[in-house]
Design a protein around this ligand. Sequence first.
Ligand SMILES: Nc1ncnc2c1ncn2[C@@H]1O[C@H](COP(=O)(O)OP(=O)(O)OP(=O)(O)O)[C@@H](O)[C@H]1O
Ligand SMILES: [Mg+2]
Length: 149
Amino acid sequence: MKRTVQINGLSELKNFSERFANCLSGDEIILLKGNLGTGKTTFTKFLVGSLGGSEEDVNSPTFTVMNEYDTKKFAVYHIDLYRVKEFDITDFIGHGIVVIEWPEEDYSQYGVPVIEITFEYGDDEYKRILIVSSVYKANHVFNCLFNSD
Ligand SMILES: Nc1ncnc2c1ncn2[C@@H]1O[C@H](COP(=O)(O)OP(=O)(O)OP(=O)(O)O)[C@@H](O)[C@H]1O
Ligand SMILES: [Mg+2]
């Protein structure tokens, strides 16, 4: 399953993040793909905010590899594999949402739902195109997001 979402400005990304947050059960892996500066970390900020956490706490974990955030709903484990290509996530699986920028391996092996969002630039500075796909057992998220369209 795959759907394309047009994002026209940061407030639309925020709205989408809110809808997305409301569709999560708490154990999903979310893979964020796309070029530098397309909005993967910004999406994560809005997602954490939407779950009742603090947007300001979210920053790029490029140097620390992983940041952990508390929210009202679930813990969020935010991983960036841009520089580090291998990072063992087994300890976090099932204990919260795992968000991975620049994912590497096949995450279907962990048995929890996997959803992928690829970020692309749109035709002006504030536009983005998000390609959302259900990679593994994530139909609940996908249906929740798109069935009402
Ligand atoms: N509609 C939009 N969606 C997302 N980001 C936007 C949008 N419009 C403008 N921006 C800006 O684009 C930048 C996206 O940067 P961000 O750090 O989120 O990208 P990234 O994909 O995480 O990059 P990296 O691969 O370096 O980690 C931010 O400065 C953000 O404010
Ligand atoms: Mg980033």
